[in-house]
Design a protein around this ligand. Structure first.
Ligand SMILES: [Zn+2]
Length: 154
C-alpha cells in the first residue's frame, strides 16, 4: 500500500505533485498557517496516503465534498441537497471535525476522520446505529481499526 500515492502522482498528466495530493487535503478552511491547520494536514494527509488506492481515487472524484472545522464534539457529515451550483440531485457534503479534536490524540483524530470519510464513501444519508456501525467497519477495512477503537475510547 505504501508508496502508491507517489506512483499515482507520477502517472497523472498535466498536474504537479502538490496539486494532486493537496487537492483533497486542502478542501478545508482552517486559518492558514495555524497550529490547527498543521495538525489537520498531517492527520488527514496520513489518512489519505494510507487509504486503499481505489478508495482514494473515488474520494478524489467527489467535487462536492467540503471539509471544515465544527463546534460540536466529534466529526459529522452534513449532506445537503443542492439544485443550483452543482448538478441537480447531487448532494453537497460537508465533513466537519471539532476544533477540540484537533488538540487531542492524533490516532483519535485519524479515527474520527476515517469514520467520516467512510460515510462519504458509502453515500450514507442521515444516521442510525446500523449506519454508524457500517462506517466503523468500512474504516476498519481500510486499515484503521486501531484508530477507530481509539476514537471510540475502546
Ligand atoms: Zn458517523
Amino acid at each position: 500500500m505504501e508508496g502508491w500515492i507517489n506512483s499515482y502522482i507520477e502517472n497523472a498528466e498535466n498536474k504537479n505533485d502538490d496539486e494532486i495530493y493537496y487537492e483533497l487535503v486542502n478542501k478545508f478552511n482552517f486559518l492558514m498557517g495555524s497550529y490547527m491547520e498543521s495538525v489537520f494536514v498531517e492527520s488527514f494527509g496520513y489518512l489519505l496516503a494510507n487509504l486503499p488506492e481505489e478508495v482514494f481515487k473515488s474520494l478524489l472524484e467527489k467535487k462536492n465534498l467540503y471539509i471544515r472545522p465544527g463546534l460540536s464534539d466529534g466529526g459529522y457529515v452534513l449532506s445537503l441537497k443542492v439544485n443550483n451550483d452543482i448538478k441537480k440531485g447531487e448532494r453537497l457534503q460537508i465533513l466537519t471535525v471539532s476544533e477540540s479534536d484537533l488538540f487531542g490524540e492524533a490516532s483519535e483524530l485519524i479515527g474520527i476522520l476515517a469514520h467520516e470519510l467512510a460515510h462519504v464513501f458509502a453515500g450514507h444519508i442521515g444516521s442510525s446505529r446500523e449506519i454508524e456501525r457500517e462506517a466503523d467497519e468500512i474504516a476498519s477495512s481500510w486499515g484503521f481499526n486501531a484508530e477507530i477503537k481509539d476514537s471510540r475510547g475502546i
